[in-house]
Design a protein around this ligand. Structure first.
Ligand code: LLP
Length: 389
């Protein structure tokens, strides 16, 4: 995974920085495109995973659509080559301005998450004298069996409409004169590795579709969200098995004639293509064992602090025998750790460390807490600062 040539290149830069392998990104995009085309599934890449313009331009070049959750993401997607008629817009808290923008840009679908939101979208569309395509995001109460902070499809979560809401909408559907109720949307969570969860989701969608038949409502599109996990323990397992994932839906979901099926993968497309490079600032012995302080912190990668995520950590400067370390960042917060009791070759000040699998939800979740600077991005093909847009 790390040639001497690559390590020598990486050593030239000030840390911390993100490094993206665009060759792997291309391979992953090719794999998902091929798998999706076997089933005629539509892909909308979830920008929230990584909205770096250079990477977005690569992703859009495969003809995929975009899944956005803010007006700025819609603008960024358009700027980076995604076609407006393949953009979907979700989120529990869309502002009036964002709704207006999505109507003006003629995006594919606004995915509505509450009765009140439907009223608001209908009224804004009416003022604009437009009829807009919407999908109803339903909370199916399916447990994604993932970390609680990235579980979205249970009734305790804030996302989506309830089945009761759905009945209410259907019984007075004619009042939404400026809405074209076109689809159903689901997204039950992220980093899902138990594929049975997706067969459960498919069966729930079948049940919901049968309720809707009672109202003579046949959605033209079904959007099943994202959620496919990646292997954080083994980043060398680079490309998720998209075919196995899609097959679960193909085997379990009832699809009507002329109905299109959509997915919104984020992490599974970009996760393994990024790493975070950081240098060891200090080492110290504590009563708890050996501690390494590196120059990246949760400002560059918050996943370990927020979700207790474990990213593989590699020392690129040492082949010495292994020792056990806790690895912490410089932020003035107790949760600023990248790992505990991690086995690494004997490590010293100045060593270059790679934190793997940070392509998704690394750069997009960065902050400037402690007035830190945002880390730059470099790429395997062009070793330069990321283009500013
Ligand atoms: N669609 C919707 C409506 C979503 O909310 C999400 C992710 C996705 C698609 C993409 O899901 P993916 O394929 O990436 O699992 N920051 C967390 C993940 C939050 C996911 C939020 N929604 C993390 O670092 O694990």
């Amino acid at each position: 995974m790390f040639s001497t040539e690559l390590i020598n290149k990486l050593k030239k830069f000030n840390t911390p920085f993100y490094f993206y392998d665009t060759d792997l990104l291309h391979k992953t995009l090719f794999a998902i495109k091929e798998a999706a085309s076997l089933f005629q599934y539509n892909i909308h890449y979830a920008l929230k995973a990584n909205a770096n313009p250079k990477l977005l331009k690569i992703i859009s070049s495969y003809g995929f659509g975009a899944d956005c959750v803010s007006g700025n993401e819609i603008e960024r997607a358009l700027h980076c080559g995604f076609s407006s008629d393949k953009i979907v817009f979700a989120g529990v808290g869309k502002t009036d301005l964002e709704i207006k923008l999505s109507i003006e840009k003629h995006i594919y679908s606004i995915n509505c998450e509450s009765l009140e939101e439907l009223e608001v979208v209908n009224s804004i569309a009416s003022k604009e004298n437009k009829r807009v395509r919407v999908a109803l995001r339903i909370n199916p109460n399916v447990d994604a069996k993932t970390h609680k902070n990235i579980t979205t499809g249970l009734t305790v979560n804030k996302f989506g409409l309830s089945i009761d809401d759905l009945h209410r909408i259907m019984s007075k559907i004619d009042k939404y004169k400026n809405l074209h109720m076109d689809g159903l949307h689901f997204h039950i969570g992220s980093q899902i590795n138990n594929l049975n969860v997706f067969s459960e989701l498919s069966k729930k969608v079948n049940t919901i579709q049968s309720y809707l038949e009672e109202y003579n409502f046949y959605p033209n599109h079904i959007n099943l969200g994202g959620g496919l996990g990646i292997n954080y323990q083994k980043p060398e397992d680079q490309i998720p098995d998209f075919q196995a994932y899609f097959k679960i839906f193909a085997n379990n979901l009832n699809v009507n004639a002329n109905q299109s099926i959509h997915f919104e993968p984020g992490r599974s497309i970009i996760g393994q293509s990024g790493m975070l490079l950081t240098r060891v600032l200090y080492t110290k012995e504590t009563e708890n064992g050996k501690l390494i302080i590196v120059d990246a912190g949760f400002t560059e990668l918050i996943r370990p602090a927020l979700y207790q995520a474990q990213h593989k950590i590699v020392n690129l400067s040492s082949n010495d025998c292994n020792e056990t370390y806790d690895i912490a960042g410089p932020i003035c917060e107790t949760s600023d750790y990248f790992g505990r009791s991690v086995k690494l070759p004997r490590t010293k000040r100045g060593d270059l460390i790679a934190i793997m699998s940070v392509g998704a939800y690394g750069e997009t979740m960065a902050s400037q807490y402690n007035l830190r600077s945002l880390a730059p991005s470099f790429y395997n093909d062009v070793i330069s600062y990321s283009a500013l847009i």
